[in-house]
Write a new protein. Structure first.
Length: 392
């Protein structure tokens, strides 16, 4: 509870991309319920139309929307940082909250750090220790960790990675991943549940920069093999709009009758697509976290993952862009019901839906004024005369 004459502490939440909005929205709503904190949402404009959809989905109206400048990442970064400086100078901020590993998160953290404002990093500690995979996310998340005050690790493994890098355990809190909070919120609010009978479809997504080029061709060839071998199984493939991805996908798969190539799905449509899926093939980090909520097994189209918990829990397998391994893995799950059942998570290894409440509680603890020191006891030699006087 705040005193009548106290004002809630202003906390700046910085988002720029669709995944950031998803994972910060539950934190925002939890902060709005905290009397000691006033959350202020800033959107950098890194994603535009997709971001508007996501903000509407979570009933968020940003307090600040920056103007995206230029067409290159450098143009965006320079314009973002310049505009952030203006917002940072508007008032004293109690904290800056960023999420994950985007350019927006890095610029937001750097702005907070430059102004001496504590930076709180949601989903801290994810690591591959391969700066090229994923690129540039791995480098950005490591740099954000160097300047953050509090680190909200989604899992114990992530917390251990931070501790090995020399971050004090008192500054790390294992919260679970807020993506699960977001899923549960939208499933209840928008009535998302499995709606198909039988196996459902195979859901495919692929967009990461490190898979551009021959890897896309290899994955598409594998999907074509699967579609021909199992003509009764529908493959749903929402295709990224970047021509580097879109063109080879349509070239390899556009003529196959049981492959549905669609435009990218919005968040609610994607959650419904996961709920109705039999299997998910993806190079997305976020979908690795989301699929276990719906007990959908994953084949990860990457050589490594910064979310190894999904592998350890048996929910997923790494297959990279290996055409033969992808086809062999799908065929195995088709033929072996027990193997498929073992990949259906009993519980999501990334969280229980209460990560946001843990984050808010730790933030309030950080912002709470230090208790007044107890009065020091009088020195022993000063107490003696008083005792003597009473005894007279």
């Amino acid at each position: 509870m705040t005193c009548i004459d106290e004002q809630p502490a202003p906390v700046l939440i910085i988002s720029g991309t669709r995944p950031e909005i998803i994972k910060l929205a539950p934190v925002y709503h939890a902060l709005r319920g905290a009397q000691s904190v006033r959350p202020v949402w800033l959107h950098t404009g890194q994603h535009s139309d997709m971001a508007v959809q996501m903000l509407d989905c979570f009933d968020i109206r940003p307090d600040h929307v920056l103007e995206r400048q230029g067409s290159t990442l450098l143009d965006f970064s320079l314009g973002c940082r310049r505009q952030l400086e203006g917002v940072m100078g508007q008032q004293p901020w109690s904290a800056v909250i960023v999420q994950g590993d985007t350019e927006s998160a890095f610029q937001g953290a750097l702005a907070g750090f430059s102004h001496g404002v504590p930076v709180l990093h949601v989903e801290a500690g994810l690591r591959t220790y391969n700066l090229r995979r994923p690129f540039p996310e791995e480098g950005l998340r490591q740099m954000i960790s160097r300047i953050s005050r509090l680190h909200f690790a989604p899992t114990l493994r992530a917390a251990q990675a931070l501790e090995r890098e020399g971050i004090a355990s008192r500054d790390i809190l294992v919260t679970g991943n807020t993506v699960v909070d977001a899923q549960l919120w939208v499933c209840e609010r928008h009535h998302i549940r499995r709606r198909v009978q039988g196996r459902g479809h195979i859901l495919v997504t692929m967009h990461r920069r490190e898979n551009w080029g021959p890897d896309i061709d290899n994955v598409c060839a594998a999907i074509a093999d699967i579609a021909r071998e199992f003509p009764w199984m529908t493959v749903l493939f929402p295709v990224h709009l970047n021509p580097v991805v879109r063109d080879p996908v349509h070239r390899h798969l556009g003529a196959l009758p049981n492959v549905r190539l669609t435009a990218p799905l919005d968040y609610l449509a994607m959650q419904q697509a996961i709920a109705d899926a039999w299997l998910l093939l993806t190079d997305s980090g976020g979908l690795q976290e989301e699929a276990p909520t719906f007990k959908v097994p994953l084949l990860v189209l990457r050589e490594e993952t910064e979310r190894p918990e999904v592998i350890d829990a048996g929910c997923a397998a790494l297959v990279g862009a290996d055409r033969q391994l992808i086809v062999r893995s799908v065929r195995h799950l088709m033929d072996d019901g027990d193997a498929y059942g073992r990949m259906q998570a009993a519980a999501n290894p990334f969280g229980d839906g209460h990560a946001s409440q843990r984050i808010v509680a730790r933030l309030e603890q950080m912002l709470a004024p230090a208790p007044a020191p107890a009065p020091a006891p009088a020195p022993a030699h000063a107490a003696a005369p008083a005792v003597a006087a009473l005894s007279v």
